[in-house]
Design a protein around this ligand. Sequence first.
Ligand code: GAP
Length: 452
Amino acid sequence: MATDTVSMDQIVSLCRRRGFVFPSSEIYGGLGSTYDYGHYGVLLKNNIKARWFEAMILERDDIVALDSAVILHPRVWEASGHVEGFTDPLVDCRTCKLRFRADKLEDSQCGRKPSKHPGGTPECDLTEPRQFNLMFETTVGPVKEAGAKAYLRPETAQGIFINFKNVSQLARRRPPFGIAQIGKSFRNEITPGNFLFRVREFEQMEMEFFVPPADAERWYRYWIDERLGWYLRYGLRRSRLRVREHGPEERSHYSQGTSDIEYLYPIGWSELEGVANRGDFDLTRHSEFSTTKLEYVGPDGERYVPYVIEPAVSLERIIVALLVDAYDEEVVGERERTVLRFHPQVAPVTAAILPLIAKDDSMVAKARSLHEELRRRQSVEYDDNGAIGRRYRRQDEIGTPWAFTIDEQTLADDTVTVRDRDSLAQERLPIGGVRAWLDDALEREWRTPKGD
Ligand code: GAP
């Protein structure tokens, strides 16, 4: 029987058990809400980035790539409004010595046992809220002196805006066109938590799409649909995704319209990705602060400051959504199995190559040779460790869609068995045709057996 709900604890435990993600600095006691990615976590991340890059850049003619610096000129963050306004209200509890976001007290746990919400017991003694800037400060150069203060970027977007002139000239682009980048961002969140959902260091994938102002609303709607379509394409269930438009009071200072693509995480409906119409706020502010005009000038002298439509997401939020959506437990032939039903194009390992009997030199030789052939093009894994049933279950747990088994019949007629992770169906095919079969299987449309 397939399970439809999974807890964050089950996801954390699987990630740890299988080496996707584990707490960082563990031998020093850990550093709260900071994580390191192991082998399968890195493969999963790389696949998600590759699918995003394909959809944003390789499959289109109107978006180009950028990789800007993490530490930018400090004036960038004055112009963007982050120095003044990128703050959360913070309260301290004088009793339990913990800190909370004043606007999220209902979602926080008090430090006293039995735990209540901060302010929920007579002993709670909360300070007045004060504004706390979320940017991490650092010093450029060896001396902490005036003018040496800089920030780790809290979003990748500003690196794009300040390169508008470079890119539009060098790449010879005119609106509508976009600039996309993937990179680490840093926020000193007051209350990080829920595994990777809210962390202090995360990898953003952002794209700034520059359009004529009159077309902004149409492109805003277009990008909401595109991004929703991308999640459906990679297997997230429709019933677990929704679009929520922000009311005027909820919008950021730069926004003329924002919609969240929300996913039904174990913590409830929460923001997966944001799509915003940033208007001309950023280019105008950087023009003012840098005194470099950031505008579009057409061949006939037409000039305007483009509006910006921005889809922005972190890999971390996608990873949690994919894991939650893919996680399944079922009983097969009286045995339980945990399986990650990932889309084959995001699964960390595409296929496992398994010699049925590890001590049989002929089987091992054939399996090794198939592995050598496939590994040049795909992420494949050779495994001869333990009983075949255990090896299948290990692959199920990391979400490998197919396993090729080399057995006695292979030695006789050069055919192998391919086992499908989801249906558990097995078929035989010639060993020489495995490469083409795999290429073909990866291109087939895939839908999760968990339904819509
Ligand atoms: N450039 C616009 C921007 O950064 P945002 O809504 O603050 O907007 C964009 O962030 C996306 O980055 C969010 O939708 C979410 O996917 C991700 N994100 C933001 N803060 C995060 C955090 N602390 N941990 C993990 N992901 C985060």
